[in-house]
Design a protein around this ligand. Sequence first.
Ligand SMILES: NC(=O)c1ccc[n+]([C@@H]2O[C@H](COP(=O)([O-])OP(=O)(O)OC[C@H]3O[C@@H](n4cnc5c(N)ncnc54)[C@H](OP(=O)(O)O)[C@@H]3O)[C@@H](O)[C@H]2O)c1
Length: 304
Amino acid sequence: MVVEILDAKSQKPLATLTSVTPASTILDVKKEYRKIKTSLYPERQSYRLEPRGRSLKDEDTLSSLGLGAKGVLYFKDLGPQVGWTTVFLTEYAGPLLIYPIFYIRPSCIYGAGATSEPYAKAVHIALACWTFHYAKRLLETVFVHRFSHATMPIMNIFKNSLYYWGFTAFVSYFINHPLYTPPAYGNVQLYGGLALFVVAELGNLSIHIALKNLRPPGTKLRRILNPTSNPLTCLASLVSCPNYTYEALAWIGFSVLSQSLPAALFTAAGFYQMSIWALGKLRNYRREFKEYPRSRKAILPFIL
Ligand SMILES: NC(=O)c1ccc[n+]([C@@H]2O[C@H](COP(=O)([O-])OP(=O)(O)OC[C@H]3O[C@@H](n4cnc5c(N)ncnc54)[C@H](OP(=O)(O)O)[C@@H]3O)[C@@H](O)[C@H]2O)c1
């Protein structure tokens, strides 16, 4: 069979592949096209059936896509790619290293004598929570998550790092400031916020483990997440992305215990971004699985 590759944007012909068969997969197409355009390694290539259609999966065969003796595929260059693990490790290492810099109150940031000002209990607890959260994420990236994509666009490393590193400096500067005001409602606020943070972190980890168990090692299989024997996974029956819900709850807990406006702004920014992703994921679940529970929301039970 013959497959003509057209540019998805300009719709100009790019190549004609003659060595593919109906049993060839999209990954085979990528490998064939790379023989013609050597700089375009498979992770950089994306194919669609329509110029603006959804990206086809590597394992889709040309026959299953309905391509006849002379088929057409639309190509999009995803740009230079970098490994997911590299992106995640870079973006999470920043928060782990930057937050403590403010905690030691360097004189070049807070002025001479800042270290001799007393530290509120909330300041120590906030450092412990922040460090725990990003250490957990880093370890999850290495030991828990089973990603379906090996790479992402290289620009993400700069965008994501700017977001996490910038917010870390913003939040940490104010919480560790010698003029920091401790929680107005004392231990009730401090330990109430901490309890919410700890439960939400455990919930987030529980969902990540449940997601890992949905996908057999070495596959890209996607399935519907349902509650497991772990009670913290019950949220999965109400929302599509319970890990995002728990992430937002953890940051609400952190904002309460630290009584910090920058932390509340970080919580709001994260919730906004995760809501957009969760709505997209819910749409995909509904499209992919006919049996997907209709009542399930994206991120906020019964609401959003
Ligand atoms: N504070 C913030 O702004 C913020 C923003 C985003 C994320 N986060 C944190 O980072 C964590 C990870 O984020 P993420 O966006 O990567 O989460 P995610 O999309 O829910 O994915 C987590 C892992 O589960 C896999 N997965 C998801 N749905 C699956 C399904 N139906 N079947 C099988 N496997 C599935 C994913 O694989 P794929 O590679 O196939 O997706 C990925 O390996 C979040 O839970 C959250 O704690 C924080």
